[in-house]
Each structure stands twice: as C-alpha cells, then as structure tokens.
Unconditional design. Structure first.
Length: 316
C-alpha cells in the first residue's frame, strides 16, 4: 500500500511542477504587456479617454500641438505605432484625413459617430469647389464637431467606456465610476447652454464653414456658412459674396474659430456684423481642459449676446 501512496505523491509533484512554469510564463507575459495603447484623433476624444481610464491604458494623440488634426498626416514610424495600438478611437464624419488614408485594422477601430446616428447633421453644400472649367459644384457632408454639444460628447464617452471595458474587463468598475464623474462635470455646460437657448433662441449666424451646427441646434439657432477658405484673409470674391448675402438676409452675427484680424473685424462691422470667436477645441488648450475652456467660452458668449441685445449693430 505504501509504494502506491508514494507513486501518487510523486505523480502529483511532477504534475504541479510541470504546471508552475506555464503559469509563471503566462503571468510574465501579462506583466510584459503593459498598459493598453489607445490612439485618438483629436483633443476632445483624448479628454474623454483620459477622463475614463487609469494606468491600465496609455493614451496617444499623435497629432503635434501645432498641427491641424483634421488635415495632419503621420510619418512611417507613427503609422506603425498607430497600427499596433490596442484601440484606435476615431471621430467619424470624415474628421482626420489620416483615418481615411491609412489601412487600419477594423477590429481595433471605434468610430464614435456610430453612437450618434440619430443626431448627425448633414449639410447639403458642405463643400463647394470647381474642377477645371466645369464650374462650381457642391458636395454634401456630415458635420463632425459633435462635442460642441456636451450631450453628444456624453454619448461618445459612453461608447468609448464600453470599448475600454471590453479591452480590460478588470477596469470596469473604475471606468464606470469615471464615466459618472465625467457626466457630472458636463452638467454645468448643459445648464449654461439651456440658459442661452432660453434667453437667445432663433438667432442666425454666419460661419466660415460647417463647424457649429450641433451647438446651434442645441441653442435653437441657424448657421449660414460662407465657404471662405480663410477668415483672416478673405479675398475679394469672399467680400462680394458676403455683401450679396447681406442684402438678402441682413444677419448681424458671425461665429469664428479664431479671432479675425482687426481689418477683417472692421470690414464686418461696416456690413453690420459682429464677430464672436469660439474655439472648437480640436487641439488641447494652453491652459485648463475641455470643461473649463468651454465654461469660459460660453460665459463670454452670454456676455457678447447680452451686449448685442443692448446695442445691436444697426444702432452703432
């Protein structure tokens, strides 16, 4: 009987000694894996992922701070890094040229616009241009600046949170708690926009291109985009087009992505138009974050609209 017991003990030791290296190897591989790499295409998505995730994730926004994330294209080394990422969070609606031009593994790409299908705004004449002597024509397109309505940003965040949880199920509790915190941080912005909508509904604005449609819809406004290539240096055709539009519509407000030159501001004033610069925050601000910068901008917007109400351009 004792020899049989000895054999059983020996076999048991051999079995466990054989399993131990395999277990150690699996644990070592998990340790070597490190944080999951998440690539984002613009600052608003970076802000969301940063807000949701912990040290289990490494966030990479490959766009240099002095480049336009809509038109920037990566070099070969950056392309390799992007393609090796665990998750690539894109905006959708054709935001970021490099997303359209690179061959990205579909299983790793999260297109956040898919979570907003019912809210997407398509502009019939999104882009107007001409080819040779064929004359000018237009193409329809979907406006991509969803985050200018914080309610839509919250929906983007929900979609990202679910994908991060799939990537690292052990982080689910932390990610869901962070999602609640993010939604709470967006609440003051929604309150500001509710107040703006209640006090200044029905406004009509010019803009250089389709950027502010989601913000406008939230505030019950209408946007009229001009298709200007530049707000700092409009050409003569741009000014003629604006003058013609003003004769028909007589709008008094314009939203710009950055503050125009003083000369441009003066010429716009001559046509009865006051300008407000609202940065869409596609790149990281020099100070603060998305929430603090949007709060500040919306506060300034309220002050601007209050001033226009007291002293409209026609009375200046």
């Amino acid at each position: 009987m004792r020899p049989l017991i000895s054999k059983i003990v020996l076999l048991t030791l051999v079995f466990f000694s054989g399993c131990q290296p395999a277990a150690n190897e699996a644990k070592q591989q998990e340790t070597n894996q490190g944080p999951r790499l998440v690539v984002v295409v613009n600052y608003p998505l970076q802000f969301i992922v940063d807000s949701l995730s912990g040290p289990e994730f490494q966030i990479l926004n490959p766009v240099p701070p002095d480049e336009n994330p809509e038109t920037w294209l990566p070099g070969d080394a950056t392309i390799q890094t992007i393609q090796q990422a665990d998750l690539i969070v894109t905006n959708g609606a054709d935001f970021a040229d490099w997303v359209k031009k690179l061959s990205l593994p579909r299983s790793k790409v999260l297109r956040t616009s898919l979570a907003l299908k019912d809210a997407l705004i398509t502009v019939p004449d999104f882009e107007v241009h001409s080819h040779g002597s064929g004359g000018a024509h237009s193409h329809a397109g979907t406006v991509a600046f969803f985050w200018l309505d914080p309610r839509l940003m919250a929906r983007q965040a929900e979609a990202i949170a679910e994908r991060l949880i799939q990537l690292d199920p052990e982080s689910e509790k932390t990610i869901r708690a962070n999602l609640e915190k993010l939604n709470a941080s967006l609440k003051p912005l929604n309150q500001q926009l509710d107040q703006i909508q209640a006090e200044y509904p029905g406004l009509n604005w010019y803009s250089r291109r389709p950027v502010y449609q989601y913000l406008a819809k939230r505030c019950d406004w209408t946007m009229h985009h001009l298709h200007w290539k530049s707000i700092s240096k409009p050409n003569q055709e741009d000014w003629k087009q604006l003058q013609s539009l003003q004769e028909q519509q007589k709008l008094s407000l314009m939203l710009c992505e950055s503050e125009p030159d003083e000369e441009v501001i003066t010429r716009l004033k001559d046509q009865g138009i006051s300008v407000f610069a609202l940065n869409p925050l596609t790149v990281a601000p020099a100070n603060g974050d998305y929430v603090s910068n949007m709060q500040q901008q919306l506060t300034h917007l309220q002050m601007f609209l209050n001033q226009q109400k007291k002293s409209p351009p026609s009375e200046k």
